[in-house]
Design a protein around this ligand. Structure first.
Ligand code: ADP
Ligand code: ZN
Length: 605
């Protein structure tokens, strides 16, 4: 059998994506490899197909025990003989798996690093014929990466214990330094490197200045009712409050953070995976183990810590390739709070500086005036030619204005008030407010008092935020968050340069969009709903998430093509032999009861 036959018969896909075939071929020829591919790029197939084609057991080392169950369920849905070994199983269950391996009945085995490294597991597995060893989330081997795991360091032993088995290291995030670490620490032998671009074209990026963030979130969510998504908040308190608030407005929103009992967390995560249209409101504690393909949006109510973190968190959206949204609001307060948290941490000075630089890079990205996707990819060292047409900057180019004079006013006011006060007081002085503090400090006698009365406080906060982000103002946390001038600001005050600022867009344009239903005629909606209901019913019967039965994209194609025979159903992307046998008839019958729409002019609402 050829790789492409496996792809078609088992997975139900027509062609390989990107470098998948080259990666599979290299493994089948016995070569080690390093595979870098963004989330949703299709890494799993790269080691699964060699495991199916080559004799012996394919071993997948993965740190995500919570995920193994679903991964194995997904493979079994495809008719692939897969199992996992981990501490959640009873001794009898583990023995059963080992017996199956000895009998040569298994194609794929998922196992955690600490488990495979146990002497008896190593002894047992190295006594078997093995087709491939895949090391997933390989960046965990690097202390430089963001998710270091001690156990990964010892995985170099696999080279000695399995000298003839090709090894494949896979990850979705790795800069040059992490890549080198992976190859060295895992002792890969002359690995072939496969590096796919990091672009996620189906994700639309947008960032807005934070106003009343809950209302902004609601405006974002209203046209997306029924979509599954994740809302990230910084604190447990705001997670709880936001979840309650959304629930009151009729959304199925569930909180998730480390402060909740583990039972509650598990239930909420399970519901998110298994039910349609659940919103998880979470701290960053949520996500690492989430492999749900149909997450339609990731919303950030607070800033993440770095561009890497942002990329990883938003990467959980749209793994199925359908359009998805990465939406974020951020404000001055976020910057101040995050910087404060970093300064209070126990980390070394050096580490703090790195963290601050990473935050600054993210802030700079928030304020970009060119294509946001191009800027994001540039951060990862990748060129993106032209504009993407699928980010807020491309869709609604920000208006810029010459902010030199306003910046000078604000900087002067910081200087005149003694570089000791936060933005709130400085802006009060600029606007000529009559607060007790101003009277007490006699700041109403300063030359900069009321020189900015022609603008609102919100407007000035935007200027202040942009000056901080661009390095013209420094927030001094040793001194209660007081603003101070920097070397850069002197040049601006002298009038040596002009400064372009972004006009904050108060009312972002809303586009009504329901990705799941885009392009579906009103008369097809009934069929769409019926297909989803049947899928849910079949999934519930087996205790698996609906997307393991069929992806949204597969159902959508059924609505479009209306297959009425097994052959026609097989031509639908995502339908392979096993799923055809299991579900074919049920779906064909169901489709038969919904006649094709007669008026093609009709469109969905
Ligand atoms: P990753 O592990 O890189 O995040 P996955 O392996 O989970 O990505 O693949 C993401 C989705 O893309 C899965 O639903 C998978 O079935 C699908 N996929 C992978 N390869 C192909 C292909 N060649 N054609 C169509 N769909 C594919
Ligand atoms: Zn763009």
């Amino acid at each position: 059998m050829l790789p492409v036959d496996v792809l078609r018969d088992i997975y139900g896909y027509d062609e390989f994506r990107g470098q998948q075939l080259a990666i599979i071929t290299a493994a089948c020829e016995g070569r080690d490899s390093l595979v870098l591919m963004p989330t949703g790029g299709g890494k799993s197939i790269c080691y699964q197909i060699p495991a199916l084609l080559c004799p012996g057991l394919g071993i997948v080392v993965s740190p995500l025990i919570a995920l193994m169950h679903d991964q194995v369920d997904a493979l079994r849905q495809l008719g692939i003989a897969a199992a996992f070994l981990n501490s959640s199983q009873s001794a009898a269950e583990q023995q059963f798996v080992m017996d199956e391996i000895e009998a040569g009945k298994l194609d794929l085995l998922y196992v955690a690093p600490e488990r495979i490294l146990q002497e008896q597991t190593l002894d047992f597995l190295s006594g078997q014929t093995c087709s491939i060893i895949a090391i997933d989330e390989a960046h965990c081997v690097s202390a430089w990466g963001h998710d270091f795991r001690q156990d990964y360091l010892a995985l170099d032993q696999l080279r000695i214990r399995f000298p003839d088995t090709p090894r494949m290291a896979l990850t979705a995030t790795a800069d040059e330094r992490t890549r080198t670490d992976i190859v060295q620490c895992l002792a890969l032998e002359k690995p072939l490197r496969f590096v796919a671009g990091f672009d996620r074209p189906n994700i639309r990026y947008s960032v807005q200045p934070k106003g009343d963030s809950k209302t902004q979130l609601l405006e974002f969510l209203l046209p997306r009712r029924g979509d599954a998504g994740i809302v990230y908040c910084l604190s447990r308190k705001s997670v709880d409050a936001t979840a309650v608030w959304l629930t009151k407005r009729g959304f199925a929103a569930l909180p998730y953070h480390a402060g909740l009992p583990s039972r509650t967390r598990t239930t909420h995560q399970e519901r998110f995976l298994r039910e349609d249209g659940i919103i998880i409101v979470a701290t960053i504690a949520f996500g690492m183990g989430i492999d749900k393909p149909d997450v339609r949006f990731v919303a950030h109510l607070d800033l993440p810590k770095s561009v890497e973190a942002y990329y990883q968190e938003t990467g959980r959206a749209g793994r199925d390739g359908e359009s998805a949204e990465a939406w974020m609001v951020y404000g001055l307060q976020d910057v101040v709070r995050l910087t404060q948290m970093m300064n209070q941490s126990q980390a070394e000075e050096q580490q703090k500086r790195i963290e601050q630089d990473k935050l600054n890079a993210l802030l700079g990205w928030c304020e970009v005036t060119r294509c946001r996707r191009a800027a994001l990819l540039a951060y990862f060292g990748e060129d993106y030619p032209g504009d993407c047409g699928n980010c807020d900057v491309c869709l609604t180019p920000p208006v810029t204005w010459d902010g030199t004079e306003s910046a000078q006013k604000l900087l002067s006011c910081v200087y005149r008030t003694g570089q000791r006060f936060g933005a709130g007081h400085v802006i009060d002085v600029l606007r000529g407010a009559s607060t007790d503090k101003i009277k007490r400090l006699r700041h109403d006698r300063l030359s900069t008092f009321a020189i900015g009365a022609d603008h609102s406080a919100v407007w000035w906060r935007s200027v202040a935020r942009q000056l901080i982000v661009q390095g013209f103002l420094y927030v001094d946390h040793e001194r209660y968050g007081g603003l101070r001038l920097t070397d850069r600001s002197r040049g601006l005050l002298r009038g040596d340069m002009t400064l372009l600022l972004r006009e904050d867009i108060d009312k972002p344009k809303l586009r009504k969009k329901d990705p799941a239903k885009t392009g579906i005629a009103a008369s097809d909606v009934a069929l769409w709903d019926a297909l989803r209901a049947r899928r849910k019913q079949l999934a519930d019967e087996q205790g698996v998430p609906p997307y393991l039965v069929f992806h949204d994209a597969t159902l959508m194609e059924m609505v479009r093509l209306r297959p009425s025979s097994s052959e026609e159903l097989l031509s639908v992307s995502g339908v392979g032999q096993t799923k055809l046998e299991r579900y074919g008839e049920l779906f064909i019958d169901l489709i038969g009861t919904y006649p094709v729409a007669t008026s093609p002019g009709e469109t969905g609402s």
